[in-house]
Design a protein around this ligand. Structure first.
Ligand SMILES: [Zn+2]
Ligand SMILES: [Zn+2]
Length: 288
């Protein structure tokens, strides 16, 4: 049986730009993702594999876990290697773009690290790769001298976990203020492990949304969250109400790691936007 998206006849948003392939942690090839996107009515698909580069990345628990699962290249401590991997990946995508009627775009989902070394390496990468768009992410924070992700936050004691979460939100504000990204990914990612959902985080969220608005940044509504116990996207309805208030531009992202996830829950997300009063939908130039 042919593999495809479970969400056919896409009408809500006919492009999907936050997707992953088997280059790293995705399940399908770029070719399979492209065909599935075309079959479910998308007019454009962008592949946005992870661009995660940090000198200490090998010391994280995620690195060991990724190595076990066979995609250790996802976590890099060498800009040149990462540029090389993406150069070959983009060459393949740009070749495919000549053979398909659906538009195919080269994206990046980038973990932002605010050091001079990272900024210069990233600038070099962008110059070499010329991506069509760049998504800003914060899967990792620097805390207590090490790199931590949401699982490390969840495994810490409650007090430490709260401190880490505060660092996380500060980092998201920096991602917005950097001006390097076309939009920000999954704002309240720690929700993946049930973190940050308590009312006490409302002020921090509101402050972050204000920072995003002040920076003229945009965000995605990442429908992966519908599959979590909270059954709502990233960011939450609570945050989306602030997004509406500041008229921050949004786009829908499925964060598909396999063909069956392409366009997932876009219709439900669009309804949620309407419920929250969001009307400012962003269509990047590359898909127009
Ligand atoms: Zn992500
Ligand atoms: Zn992603």
């Amino acid at each position: 049986m042919r593999q495809g998206s479970r969400y056919m006849k896409q009408e809500t948003q006919k492009f999907t730009l936050h997707t992953h392939t088997d280059l790293f942690d995705g399940k399908n090839t770029a070719q399979e993702m492209i065909s599935a996107a075309r079959d479910c009515g998308m007019t454009a698909i962008g592949i946005s594999n992870h661009f995660i580069m940090h000198p200490d990345i090998e010391n994280t628990k995620s690195f060991a876990a990724a190595q076990q699962r066979g995609y250790s290249d996802m976590y890099m401590n060498d800009f040149d290697k990462l540029i090389d991997i993406f150069s070959r990946h983009y060459d393949e995508l740009r070749q495919m773009a000549t053979r398909h009627s659906i538009r195919i775009l080269c994206g990046l989902e980038v973990d932002f690290f605010n050091t001079a070394e990272w900024h210069s390496g990233f600038a070099r990468a962008i110059k070499a790769l010329r991506p069509d768009y760049i998504i800003g992410s914060g899967h990792f924070i620097e805390y207590g001298g090490t790199l931590c992700n949401v699982h490390d936050m969840a495994n810490a004691d409650p007090e430490t976990s709260d401190k880490m979460l505060q660092v996380y939100w500060t980092k998201i504000q920096q991602v917005a203020q950097s001006g390097l990204f076309d939009w920000l990914a999954h704002l309240d990612l720690p929700k993946k492990r049930g973190l940050g959902m308590d009312e006490k985080w409302c002020d921090t969220e509101a402050q972050t949304i204000q920072t995003i608005a002040d920076a003229n940044a945009r965000i995605e509504i990442n429908t992966k969250g519908f599959g979590l116990p909270c059954a709502e996207p990233y960011p939450s309805k609570r945050i989306l109400q602030h997004v509406a208030q500041y008229n921050i531009p949004v786009l829908l992202s499925d964060d598909a790691h396999s063909v069956d996830q392409i366009g997932r829950h876009f219709d439900v997300a669009a309804q949620l936007c309407r419920d929250c009063g969001i009307t400012n939908f962003y269509t990047p130039d590359c898909v127009k």
